[in-house]
Design a protein around this ligand. Sequence first.
Ligand code: ARG
Length: 426
Amino acid sequence: MAAADPPNAPFVKTASYEAEPHEVGRVLLLYSGGLDTSVMLKWIQDEYEAEVVALTVNLGQPGEDYEVVRGKALDLGALECRVVDARDEFAESYVLPAIKANALYGGGYPLFTALGRPLIAKLAVAAARETGCDTIAHGCTGKGNDQVRIEATVAALAPELRLIAPVRGWQMGREEEIAYAREHGIPVKGGTEAPPYSIDDNLWGRSSEGGPIEDLAEPPREDVFQLVTRPEEAPDEPQLVAIEFERGRPVALDGERLGLVELLERAGELGARHGCGIVDHIEDRIVGLKVRDLYEAPAAALILTAHRELEKLVSTIHQNNFKPGLDRQWAFLAYAGLWQEPLLGDLDAFMDRVNDQVTGAITMKLFKGSATAVARSSPNALYDPALAGFGESGGLFSQTASPGFIELWSLQSRMAHGLRNREEGD
Ligand code: ARG
């Protein structure tokens, strides 16, 4: 169990939860099957002389073959490779609260990666405990938010476990990793020709970062977008889709009741076909950096927009003024990796309470990149069609009462305005 120090960077322990090399006996590795974590699987065995158990989590990333991933992990020497289908839990306990909070970070990012990380970390803790691991390893770099989300969650849930993040210290670039992979018989998908982006995806969206995206002066290259049809190439005919909600939860598309995972997947397919949900985003990371992200979030483009529309219809003017501030706070905490922060739970209670009224249907029109609400109905709408016409009075509304209202409503403002505009010497 004696471990050699990593070759390039001598280990310096900074956080209490980091594993010293001699403490590492069996590692639970969060394994995606990609280059970084494949190199890591081998590297941990060599550098730490440790055993590795691999864990791969299915959050609905499209087109993944988990048997291939498992086979690869075992070929690279993993004792075991667990594949957990966590799509239901992800949808129910992470995406649904985000929908109720209309969660967008920085005004545009629907948080799919940020929502996935605490669940992945929680599953890693459970798997580490079940398989007798002392340490959890992940493939995040030292420059992103994902390390924060995973480590904060592990440290909160499992103070007895230690963490290692080899990419932070091993000082290999992509070229060196490919060389290491070749040397150790690790298959390299796409070789050096693979697009130079860092991709992360799940059923709520897909992100691309790095490489040419970092040149802010350039529009995105076409090879970035692998999920959403380019709006220019989307169908020439618009499509309408009715999204039904019950207490804030999306329950049906065009009258067909669906489980949450399936509904989100279908909404994603519809949005993707019509070019919806592309976001070119400059983002303030928690670790201080500003980065550019290219997002494809077609399901979120439909569902979040529809949810917000319905919530507006059933909420009062006061609720509608107040909730966006709390929505923003919710999104910030989720973005920032503080999933265990009690304030998030406090906010969830508020979100649930408001969402008790969010029942009804929104019809969305999808057309060449836009997803807009075009029809609305709800038994809880604070809307009386009988009062909507220009000339109508009656019931709860009297137009003749308006001038009295205006006089009192504007009283303080008028007084203050008068005082501030007194002529000198008056
Ligand atoms: N900027 C986004 C976030 O912080 C996306 C991160 C994507 N992660 C990745 N490893 N490529 O949530």
